[in-house]
Write a protein that binds this ligand. Structure first.
Ligand SMILES: *[C@@H]1O[C@H](CO)[C@@H](O)[C@H](O)[C@H]1NC(C)=O
Ligand SMILES: *[C@@H]1O[C@H](CO)[C@@H](O)[C@H](O)[C@H]1NC(C)=O
Ligand SMILES: *[C@@H]1O[C@H](CO)[C@@H](O)[C@H](O)[C@H]1NC(C)=O
Ligand SMILES: *[C@@H]1O[C@H](CO)[C@@H](O)[C@H](O)[C@H]1NC(C)=O
Ligand SMILES: *[C@@H]1O[C@H](CO)[C@@H](O)[C@H](O)[C@H]1NC(C)=O
Ligand SMILES: *[C@@H]1O[C@H](CO)[C@@H](O)[C@H](O)[C@H]1NC(C)=O
Ligand SMILES: *[C@@H]1O[C@H](CO)[C@@H](O)[C@H](O)[C@H]1NC(C)=O
Ligand SMILES: [Fe+2]
Length: 438
């Protein structure tokens, strides 16, 4: 009898324990980003209940948590049926000693995160940052994740650029898929700035999951912005404004005007001398040789050539980027890797036949959307156009090293081949800007 009672109790208690909700004041989904202001870093995280927003930190090796910074939260209500709310906390660390390692945790007296470390950006113009680049990484089948986690944690990267399409999809299951994704990348994004742009998988509820969860520079809710690192000016923007017109055609024009202004400013002679590399990142490519009939498979790609079925007509971006001498354009969306010869308006402009990437006469495009997601790979058409230089359907990601003002190194890692480098180029430019095309 007594024994039976114990059994019943054990069953009931186990059931009760399984349904205890997580502590709502506990910080989760910690990630950092560079706000585009020198010697600063933003820490962002989430709680399901209202708490203060505090980061405690200290220089690596100092007594822990000697410094404290306070910030703020925004209440994010998902667009799904449950209208789930969460508190997105943002704290900006300012006055960091540049290029220095810090230890931090975040949260409040109602709950603290694990301890993480970050390195503030080296603000020197001769700093040679290293990046991991990829797009299209989801919760299911994120094949490159573990390699990226480890390589980030051992210090191989100064920043990560995630070129759109997260989680698949963040809004699903009333935003729980987004929560899971942000937890999944914490092991990367809590250590190095995780810089983003939106993709088509973020389109639900007017990109609200994307707009609320990240903390990119500028004041456009992460949709378009630019920032500087070492010898580079990096521009992130939304190709989705060309496709989701229901959210406002004005966004397309506002972005275009901003891009033009930003490129003009980045091309002021003193500016371009300091940051000679102009690199763009956005989700849907202008060119690709996949067989999925996407925008980039069409000669008149919206991103490349604009749209003429809008009033007014929407300008495309290839001419703009060419005019302002953009050096390198990073894309994703196709679940493959493709490198292009220098190309403008469907024509190849090699530096020379022997050394196509030494003083190329047009921008270089890289498409890197094969990190891994539930949609698996895309396939290529059998006979690519003459601008296609190298293609791979292996899962993987790209490494970029901005060596100095003249040399930029890119290599493609295959996760299918256990981390083997399957492609690499050295892009060399003695002249930057539109004069480089002459
Ligand atoms: C606290 O968070 C839980 C979910 O973890 C939620 O069910 C509850 O409504 C929240 N309480 C308040 C006061 O926000
Ligand atoms: C937090 O947000 C409130 C209201 O938006 C604002 O008044 C306050 O200055 C912010 N505090 C900090 C520390 O940013
Ligand atoms: C920043 O980078 C420059 C150039 O590589 C280097 O000389 C300097 O030591 C770095 N500073 C720090 C604090 O790491
Ligand atoms: C979508 O979000 C953007 C950015 O906040 C905003 O400017 C735009 O007006 C929104 N569109 C609609 C239809 O609500
Ligand atoms: C409008 O653009 C489409 C491709 O998007 C093209 O086929 C068509 O010829 C263009 N029409 C005009 C009037 O330019
Ligand atoms: C560009 O260079 C590559 C590599 O040498 C070559 O295969 C390709 O034919 C060149 N294209 C043109 C148009 O010269
Ligand atoms: C940039 O780095 C490359 C490769 O290490 C080197 O050959 C070149 O001389 C450097 N250029 C400048 C301007 O420092
Ligand atoms: Fe996509």
């Amino acid at each position: 009898m007594a024994r039976a009672l114990v059994c019943v109790c054990a069953l009931i208690c186990a059931a009760a324990a399984a349904s205890v909700p997580p502590i709502g004041t506990q910080p989760e989904q910690v990630h950092i980003s560079y706000p585009g202001v020198k010697n600063s870093m933003v820490v962002t995280w989430s709680t399901s209940n209202r708490t203060e927003s505090v980061v405690e930190y200290s220089l690596w090796g100092d007594a822990l948590f000697r410094k404290k910074a306070k910030g703020n939260y925004t209440v994010f209500t998902d667009g799904g049926t449950e209208k789930r709310t969460s508190y997105i906390h943002r704290v900006t660390l300012t006055d960091l000693r540049h290029g220095s390692a810090y230890v931090y945790h975040c949260g409040s007296d109602d709950g603290w995160s694990d301890v993480f470390y970050l390195t503030s950006l080296n603000e020197s113009l001769s700093f040679g940052p290293r990046f991991a680049l990829y797009g299209d990484m989801g919760n299911e089948n994120p094949q490159s994740l573990s390699r990226l986690q480890k390589e980030t944690q051992i210090g191989m990267y100064d920043a990560v650029l995630h070129i759109g399409d997260f989680a698949y999809d963040m809004h699903e299951d009333n935003g729980r898929i987004g929560d899971e994704f942000m937890k999944q990348i914490e092991s990367i994004a809590a250590y190095v700035p995780y810089m983003t742009c939106p993709g088509n998988h973020e389109s639900a509820y007017n990109f609200s999951q994307y707009r609320y969860r990240f903390s990119m520079p500028g004041h456009t809710e992460n949709l378009w912005y630019s920032w500087n690192i070492g010898p580079a000016h990096i521009i992130s923007f939304s190709t989705e404004v060309y496709f989701y017109l229901e959210y406002g055609l004005d966004l397309l024009f506002r972005q275009y005007e901003w891009l033009k202004k930003d490129l003009e400013e980045a091309n002021r002679p003193e500016q371009r001398a300091e940051r000679p590399w102009i690199i763009t990142m956005a989700h849907r490519p202008m060119y690709c040789s996949d067989d999925d009939r996407d925008d980039c498979t069409r000669f008149q790609s919206y991103v490349r050539r604009g749209r003429n079925d809008t009033t007014p007509i929407a300008p495309g971006l290839e001419d703009l980027f060419y005019k302002y001498g953009v050096d390198l354009e990073l894309w994703a969306h196709e679940h493959t890797y493709e490198r292009l010869w220098p190309v403008y308006d469907y024509k190849v402009y090699n530096g020379s036949f022997e050394e196509p990437y030494v003083n190329p006469k047009a921008p270089v495009h890289i498409i890197t959307g094969s990190a891994g997601c539930r949609e698996k790979h895309d396939a290529f058409i059998p006979k690519p156009r003459s601008w296609s230089a190298f293609r791979s359907t292996d899962y993987g990601y790209t490494r970029m090293h901005l060596i100095n003002s003249t040399h930029l190194y890119l290599e493609q890692v295959s996760d299918d081949q256990y981390g083997k480098v399957i492609d690499d180029i050295m892009l060399v430019k003695e002249t930057h800007g539109p004069d480089a095309w002459l």
